[in-house]
Design a protein around this ligand. Structure first.
Ligand SMILES: Nc1ncnc2c1ncn2[C@@H]1O[C@H](COP(=O)(O)OP(=O)(O)O)[C@@H](O)[C@H]1O
Ligand SMILES: Cc1ncc(C[n+]2csc(CCOP(=O)(O)OP(=O)(O)O)c2C)c(N)n1
Ligand SMILES: [Mg+2]
Length: 341
């Protein structure tokens, strides 16, 4: 095994130099990246979108089952997902990390390998950040900047009565992936000889550890001439996100249980864990899919998009937010997804 280097050997500035050396800037709007008191950007004639999300050890990730490279990728992806949810294109990120003194240079290299891979995939420039020590665990906080043409940003507040409610991908899988990982961790702690059994859960575990921001769908919507009237990404759970759209738009909604997009592995794992798959889909969280509304007239355009499901319709506010079953019975939806407190 190769030697590991303590962080104290390179120091804060040595670490930053190491990070900077591997950064390749690709956006013409990045005038100055890492290395000065602040980055300098020169955006085009567009509106800027700015968002931050942080990931904390013990709250958002567990290093016993989350490799640092995946963590770096996920930290970027969840931020790009918020940019996507504004119907915008990501351009730059800054990365703040707080790291325990016992970390090695090689461990931080791994983390940044994931960050770099995500920057390459989403075509964003890493233009700065901050590095501090931590006494309580690893913290990663990312700010993402993006651009959108004037008037094209999709707010949570734009949904109109009779709009169609659309959802990308499938939901509930990241949550079930986490249940599997936590179970295998418990089994391993009880008996370190135990090898984790993850083969048949590859997809759902991947959804937890390696989520993708749906920039692909943002580009497709543009290509098909569809502008969502409202949009949000699913981080805390579908029910919770739908409530945000409804309250901010002053509307109600009905979604149909039969139309909720489920993956087979998620359904099988839910059965194994004795969990109601519909509850997992509504409240699981961390799917990083896009929930958006479109005018009814755009139905013909949207039905050709392979990875978009029509899950319901927007109604008058007085009708509330409901989940309907195949017999047409509707029940008020409760947001029981992730909250921090
Ligand atoms: N500590 C904070 N200070 C200021 N604004 C915040 C803070 N936390 C969240 N916000 C803002 O509140 C809104 C909702 O945040 P959040 O629920 O985290 O959204 P998301 O799920 O998209 O990350 C956003 O506009 C965000 O910028
Ligand atoms: C170790 C661990 N515990 C719990 C979770 C589950 N979890 C953590 S944060 C979260 C929701 C999303 O996080 P949040 O900070 O609310 O993101 P935001 O809505 O601001 O994008 C979920 C479901 C996890 N992924 N890992
Ligand atoms: Mg947030």
């Amino acid at each position: 095994m190769s030697e590991l280097t303590p962080l104290s050997e390179v120091g804060e500035f040595g670490l930053i130099r190491r990070i900077k050396e591997k950064v390749v800037l690709q956006h013409p709007s990045t005038i100055k990246g890492i290395g000065d008191d602040a980055a300098v950007l020169e955006p085009e004639e567009k509106q800027l979108v700015v968002t931050s999300d942080m990931l904390l050890e013990g709250i958002h990730f567990d290093l016993t089952f989350c490799p640092l490279k995946h963590l770096g990728y996920k930290a970027v992806a969840v931020n790009v997902s918020d940019i996507a949810a504004m119907n915008a294109k990501p351009t730059q990120i800054t990365v703040n990390i707080a790291v325990g003194a016992r970390y090695t240079v090689e461990a931080i290299d791994e983390l940044y390998e994931g960050i770099r891979l995500a920057c390459e995939n989403y075509k964003v420039d890493l233009v700065g950040g901050d590095t501090t020590s931590s006494r309580t665990g690893l913290v990663i906080s990312i700010t993402a900047i993006g651009e959108v043409a004037k008037g094209e940003a999709a707010m949570r507040s734009g949904a109109k009565v009779n709009d169609l409610i659309c959802l990308t991908g499938d939901i509930g899988s990241a949550y079930m992936g986490l249940q599997v990982l936590e179970r295998e961790k418990q089994a391993f702690m009880a008996d370190p000889e135990m090898q984790p059994q993850l083969d048949k859960y590859e997809y759902i575990v991947g959804r937890q550890l390696k989520p993708e921001a749906r920039m692909d769908v943002i580009y497709e919507l543009k290509e098909f001439g569809i502008k969502p009237t409202a949009m949000i990404d699913v981080s805390d759970g579908l029910a919770s996100e739908l409530m945000h759209i409804c309250s901010q738009s002053g509307v109600g909604a009905t979604i149909y249980r039969e139309n909720l997009p489920a993956d087979n592995q998620m359904l099988e794992a839910a059965m194994e864990f004795n969990l109601d798959p519909v509850m997992c889909m509504l409240n699981g969280g961390e799917d990083y899919e896009l929930l958006f509304t479109i005018p009814l007239e755009d139905y013909e355009k949207i039905k050709n998009l392979p990875d978009v499901s029509l899950i319901g319709k927007i109604t008058e506010a007085s009708e509330g937010v409901n989940l309907a079953n195949k017999h047409g019975q509707a029940f008020p939806l409760k947001a029981q997804g992730w909250t921090h407190f």
